[in-house]
Design a binder for this molecule. Structure first.
Ligand code: 4NP
Length: 173
């Protein structure tokens, strides 16, 4: 099943528990968490969504998001206060859908999934991107990039999160 079909099946789930996952959990996934939370809050849906993020790696556990990502996100109105944590096998029980940012994240998540049902919860964030979908089949890691890399990630995440909200809630974000 593709990512959109997987999310569509969760339409009406209350609460819907979403986990965003990248490698470091200091750039892409905490930003996705912040973007999704703001959309949900602004649309009066915060009681129906549980949103978190985690990393497949363990380099930055306990850290705030990367300073550059916090600065770029804040300019768009997202305050990122998440503390980095690593993804655990128990996350497959605690969340309804697990959204990886790139193919490597998804490979690592598949390896961690304890059951086929758990593995079926893994989807790709890029599948929800609409505006730049022909150019990006993943959310590019901005860690070794300049300012444009962080702005691109935020553009892709805003687009994808709005689409996710619309699929789940059945209305425009
Ligand atoms: P993220 O970016 O996966 O979007 O959080 C990265 C952050 C840190 C590292 C790699 C990617 N790192 O190698 O430390």
């Amino acid at each position: 099943m593709n990512s959109i079909e997987t999310l569509k099946k969760l339409h009406g789930r209350n609460p819907l528990r979403v986990l965003f996952v990248c490698l470091g959990n200091i750039c892409r996934s905490p930003a996705a968490e912040g973007v999704m939370r703001k959309i949900v809050d602004e649309n009066g849906a915060s009681s129906r969504w549980i949103i978190d993020s985690a990393g497949t790696g363990n380099y930055h556990i306990g850290d705030l998001p990367d300073k550059r990502m916090r600065v770029h996100a804040l300019r768009r109105g997202y305050e990122l206060t998440h503390r980095c944590r690593q993804v655990h096998e128990s996350d497959f029980e605690d969340f309804d859908i697990i959204v990886g940012m790139d193919a490597q994240n998804i490979r690592n998540l598949r390896r961690l999934a304890p059951t086929p049902e758990a593995e079926a919860k893994i989807v790709s964030m890029a599948d929800f991107v609409r505006n730049l979908a022909t150019r990006y089949d993943h959310i590019p890691d901005p860690y070794y990039e300049g300012a444009e890399g962080f702005e691109l990630v935020l553009d892709l995440l805003e687009d994808a999160c709005r689409h996710m909200f619309e699929i789940v809630e059945g209305r425009e974000a």
